[in-house]
Design a protein around this ligand. Sequence first.
Ligand code: ATP
Ligand code: MG
Length: 281
Amino acid sequence: MAAKEVLQKVEKAVVKKVEKAVVKTISPQKNSSGRTSSGIPGFDELVEGGFPKNSSVLICGGPGTGKSIFSMQFLVNGATKFGEKGLYVTFEQTADALKGQGTQFGWDIDGLEKKGLIKIMAVPIENLTKNTIKEIQQIVEKEKISRIVIDSLSTLVINAPIYTTPSELSVEQVIGDNVVFSPPIIGDYIVKRFVYGFIEDLRKMNCTSLLISEASQNNEYISRDTLSEFVCDGVVVISFESMGGAYSRSLIVRKMRQTKNNEDVHPVEISKNGIIVHNIE
Ligand SMILES: Nc1ncnc2c1ncn2[C@@H]1O[C@H](COP(=O)(O)OP(=O)(O)OP(=O)(O)O)[C@@H](O)[C@H]1O
Ligand SMILES: [Mg+2]
């Protein structure tokens, strides 16, 4: 058999194996009761009072659209208005940069951290290890966290293929130190398997999670990884388009399981107190 055929055969076998693993991990939707209010003015009424409790929601948008501000506001409100503890996991910014951005909106993130109501876990991407997910799980259990933000899923996903081998695909192993060079098609399956596994792990933590994602450059898809919008329970898209009007940003609830969500586009304001979602005039 020619070397090319052998390679194709191996590739097919690996893809089949990974496909099987993907199907195996998708567990049925959890029965959650109640809502998790974001407390963001104008948002909760778009989703029947809040995100479905324990759901995973993708916050998707281009650069500078306000994804991180929206997500931090969700945690600050959880802590100050609803007595729910929050964990902000960032691969993008330092804890100080996040706190500094919060100060602009009057949020005392340092104070909330001292009271144990908010925890920031800043992980430089080069420090990602197979223990990172375990560390998140341990913090969630120990601190009794109810709200999680992952900033961003895109960064995590980009790193998935280079940290794994196709045969070792549980989430802890995906971001371990097994480096393998994989052809693009296998890399794609690894990414898909990773997204399923990661979101599944978050579901098991009994938290309401916001997963920040870069927007896709391709109109067919919402997220850059082209898959997380299908796996997540909800998708909120924030867009930026300066038209010379009062607001340059807008938001749409693209999907929210267990919810008769509002389907309109809403102008978004970044005010001195944080994000405000407006109604179309
Ligand atoms: N105090 C403020 N008042 C009004 N707008 C602000 C203020 N601070 C930041 N912004 C706007 O918010 C944007 C940053 O928001 P945020 O960090 O949430 O964006 P992001 O979507 O997370 O971006 P990225 O994808 O780069 O991480 C800035 O580019 C700026 O336009
Ligand atoms: Mg951001």
